[in-house]
Structure formats: C-alpha cells, structure tokens
Design a protein around this ligand. Structure first.
Ligand SMILES: *Cc1c(COP(=O)(O)O)cnc(C)c1O
Length: 356
C-alpha cells in the first residue's frame, strides 16, 4: 500500500533524490568507487561541496558577506556553538517552545540570558508579539518554526541587534530575506536532506567579537576558511542535501515550493476547521505551514485511538502528536506531495461520516 509520510523528522525525501543517493553509493560519478569510500580531498568530492554551497546561495538569495557552512552535531550543537561564538555578556531569546528552551538553556552556560517573551502560558499555542528586544544584548535568538507545537513566525522581523534564527524545520519552505539575519542554522533532516549535516549561514562581520578562546572545532571562522572541510565532512548527508536542493531548483525553487506548501497547509487546515470531530491547537494566524497540529474536538476525545488506527490503515505514517501536545501532527515538508494531504483529508472526512 502507498504510504503517506507525515513524519516530523527525519523528513520525507523526493524519490529521485533517494535514487541518486543509491547510485552514488554504488558507483560515484562512474569512477568505480562509492561516494562513501573516496577521499574528501578529491576533485570529484570538492565539486559536490561547491555545488551544494552554490545551490544554497542561489536558492535563498544569500548576499555577499555571508558564509554557508556544513557542520556536524545537529541543530542541538548549534544551541551551544552559537553562544560560544557570539555571546559575550548577554543574549536575548524568544521562548516559543521546546527547541527554543533548549537553545536558551545552553546559552546560559556562556552568559546572561534574557527571555524577552514567552507563550508558555498557553502551552505555546501562539507566537508572542509586541515585546521589546534589549539593545544591550549581543544577539536575539528566535525559532522560526516550532516543530513540536506547530506554530511559525511567517515573516522576517526587524531586530535592532543581531538576529539569530533556528530554521531547522522551515528552511527553504518560503523565501527568506537573509540580510535581516546575522546567523541562520538548522539540522538538514527536516526539510533539506537527511540527518548528519547541519547548515549554518553566518554574516562574517559578526565573528571574532567574543573574549573567550574558541576550540578549533567550535570556531565558525575555521570552518569557513577550510570550506567546511576542517575535518572529514559527513559526505553522504551532504551529497543527499545537494541532491535535495537540485530537486528544489528543478521544480522552480523556493517561490514555487512556497506556493505548494501554502496549498497543502490550506487544504488540511480547511478540513480541520470544517470537520466537527477535529480542532486545531494553534492560534490561526500563527499556524505553521510545516507541522499541522490538531486534536479531537470536544465530545470526541474517546475517538482518538480509533482515528489513529483508521488513518494507519489508510497508509498515513508519522501523524502521532508530540507527547507535550497530544492528538495529531501532520508534517507537510517540501517533499510531501499534495496527493498525500488529500488522502489525509479524505480519511478525516470518511471517519467523520462513520463516527460523528
Ligand atoms: C529537530 C529540531 C531541532 C533539533 O535538531 P537536531 O539536528 O536533532 O539536533 C532543533 N530545532 C528545531 C526547530 C527542530 O525542529
């Protein structure tokens, strides 16, 4: 049976990307060796790094003065590496959920952390607005898409200080004005590839300003100077990321995928709002286009397990909500086709017909 992969991460990848990865693992560029077993100091490999960087710059319109780095350790390591490189005295954080909290927790190891606003009072079902960002902080950290709670900051904000964003789960889902950010980071496995590689887009002029001495592996400047090959890079993850970006470019790039993502999200949110058995959990204007969270409506709480079984039988995968929200979460990342969303909607309609 056809599976519809709504998993929150690692994400669904295009079939053509998986085929290209399988081929390169068997025989890379027709050289008779696997991409896994060649030196990363060869021309063939360096061409992959160059192409991947060029695709990032082209697809996101990254201006001059920024470096694009491919590192290890996941977004979770960036929670520590960002303050290591940027926090001298104080940093400001916006508390919009689990990941934002984890980021702030690590920053506290390096200095003072000010939480400028939080939506914890309503279990992170909205994005705080109307707060003031302290001008004396070294940077302001935001999580643009809250993967667990399904809320999203849809616009590039103006910040009076260096803006740092964890874009793990909405990178390349919409055009971004990179010039408004000092640093953007994320794990690749939510929207641009598999786990194992982390992207960091950093404006060069913000580096080298902290008083502490940085270990080499923590220093963005060293990774920039070495073209993200200070040590052996995670080759297969980078290869698959490059293929994923090539696919994105081939279908029309970020503006086109944004259109598709909006269409997918509208289709599902419209059904959640129409169907009397389900209800969305997030403030309407802050709803994520990537992670769509909903629960059983009042009076239907006892049907949750039944719907889960029903959806599973129809081929839905990865729709169980995170334990801190409950209910359901359908992740509609770039590679998820609208046909899968339609299948989910049909499933919800049929369940309502049989049960409401
Ligand atoms: C998944 C996720 C992370 C953690 O990423 P890892 O690469 O597993 O460390 C951090 N932030 C956000 C917003 C995420 O969705």
């Amino acid at each position: 049976m056809k599976k519809h992969n709504f998993g929150a991460g690692p994400c669904i990848l295009p079939q053509s990307v998986l085929a290209a990865a399988a081929a390169a693992i068997k025989d890379f560029n027709g050289i008779g060796l696997s991409v896994l077993e060649i030196s990363h100091r060869t021309k063939d490999w360096e061409a992959v790094m160059d192409e991947c960087r060029a695709l990032w710059k082209e697809l996101l319109n990254i201006p001059d003065g920024y470096q694009v780095l491919f590192l290890g350790g996941g977004a979770s390591m960036q929670f520590m590496q960002v303050p290591y490189n940027l926090l001298n005295k104080k940093a400001a954080y916006l508390d919009t959920g689990v990941w934002a909290n984890k980021a702030a927790k690590e920053a506290k190891l390096f200095g003072e952390v000010e939480i400028v606003a939080s939506s914890k009072d309503k279990n992170y079902t909205y994005i705080p607005k109307g707060y003031t960002i302290s001008k004396d902080a070294d940077y302001f950290h935001i999580t643009t898409n809250n993967t667990i709670y399904g809320s999203e900051i849809h616009e590039d904000m103006d910040s009076p200080i260096n803006l740092v964003a964890d874009m793990s789960s909405d990178i390349m889902s919409r055009p971004v004005d990179v010039s408004k950010y000092a640093l953007i980071y994320g794990g690749a496995q939510k929207n641009v590839g598999p786990a194992g590689v982390t992207f960091v887009i950093v404006r060069e002029d913000i580096l080298g300003k902290v008083d502490r001495t940085l270990p080499s592996m923590m220093d963005y400047r060293i990774h920039a100077k070495e073209g993200s090959m200070y040590n052996t890079p995670p080759v297969i993850s980078i290869f698959i990321m490059k293929e994923t970006l090539k696919w994105l470019k081939s279908i029309g790039g970020v503006p086109e995928i944004q259109k598709r993502n909006i269409a997918k999200a509208e289709l599902l949110y419209d059904e959640i709002d129409r169907n009397k058995m389900f209800v969305g959990t997030v403030n309407t204007e802050d709803r994520s286009l990537m992670n769509i969270c909903f629960v059983m409506a009042e009076g239907y709480g006892d049907k949750e397990e039944a719907f889960m079984e029903f959806a599973k039988k129809a081929g839905m995968v990865g729709i169980k909500g995170h334990r801190s929200v409950g209910g359901f979460r359908a992740s509609t990342y770039n590679a998820l086709p609208i046909e899968s969303v339609q299948a989910m909607v049909d499933c919800m309609k049929e369940f309502e017909k049989q049960n409401a």
